[in-house]
Design a protein around this ligand. Structure first.
Ligand SMILES: NC(=O)c1ccc[n+]([C@@H]2O[C@H](COP(=O)([O-])OP(=O)(O)OC[C@H]3O[C@@H](n4cnc5c(N)ncnc54)[C@H](OP(=O)(O)O)[C@@H]3O)[C@@H](O)[C@H]2O)c1
Length: 230
């Protein structure tokens, strides 16, 4: 297929981690906006397993990729073990890299592609018990910047979205309810984000409306970092 025709007809976006939380909201918003979303379950694509990534990507061609699936194992240095460390690195960092590697070949051929890595404010600053999480999210932001350079000549734009606190299962599991109200007091907007607010930014970045933003880490945190860490 000619590149211009591919660009016109191809509307497929691969989203990982769309069974719940932020990924689910992104899928719902992209569906509403006419995208054809590929949303594999963990059984179809287990991002912690390199062979699963290769197998799933064998026959797919997409115009956009949103690396949203992620995990957050909390702990101090003393509690860290190799198994959790490998799981975190594979799921949050190695998987996005190899998914990009797999899907970018067709994007290069067709001189068009949009990639979003869902990172975190803890990929810009850090806090207690987030060593593994910050290792992976700082790394993800570094990858975004490095690949923006490498993929730019093929008109493939890649950005990180760095949410603050978002109302999802991950937040409910990792932050006791009693602490949540204290944290809200430290956020200028005095509330957590809803997943659909992150989805709106993803919709813009994945669309043709974004024609010149690449290599950026875009914070969406209700002003949290501006107020707490400058
Ligand atoms: N929530 C926040 O406050 C927040 C803030 C900043 C950044 N983030 C980032 O945003 C992304 C989504 O977070 P969330 O809060 O929406 O998380 P969530 O509600 O915990 O959902 C995580 C998603 O990732 C999938 N996933 C995890 N491990 C997987 C694996 N090995 N293979 C395939 N899928 C896997 C889960 O699938 P299953 O249903 O199969 O488990 C689920 O769809 C993550 O990268 C997270 O680090 C979240």
């Amino acid at each position: 297929m000619k590149a211009w025709l591919w660009r016109l007809l191809m509307n497929k976006i691969l989203i990982t981690g769309s069974s719940r939380g932020i990924g689910k909201s992104i899928k719902e918003l992209l569906d509403k906006n006419g995208y054809d979303c590929l949303t594999p379950s963990r059984e179809e694509l287990d991002i912690s397993l390199p062979e699963s990534i290769k197998e799933y990507c064998k026959n797919i061609e997409v115009k956009g990729l949103i690396n949203c699936a992620g995990i957050n194992i909390l702990g101090d240095l003393k509690s860290l073990n190799f198994e959790d460390t490998n799981n975190m690195l594979n799921s949050n960092l190695v998987a996005p890299l190899f998914l990009i590697k797999e899907v970018s070949s067709a994007m290069k051929t067709n001189n068009y592609g949009k990639i979003i890595n869902i990172s975190s404010i803890w990929g810009i600053r850090s806090k207690e018990y987030r060593t593994l999480y910050s290792m992976t999210k700082f790394g993800l932001n570094g990858m975004t910047k490095a690949l923006a350079r490498e993929l730019g000549e093929y008109n493939i734009l890649i950005n990180s979205i760095a949410p603050g606190y978002v109302n999802t299962e991950m937040t409910q599991t990792n932050i006791p309810l009693v602490q949540q109200n204290d944290i809200k007091e430290t956020i200028p907007l005095r509330r957590f984000a809803e997943p659909n607010e992150i989805a709106e930014l993803a919709l813009f970045l994945i669309s043709e409306k974004n024609s010149y933003i690449t290599g950026e880490v875009i914070t969406i945190d209700g002003g949290f970092l501006a107020w707490n860490w400058q």
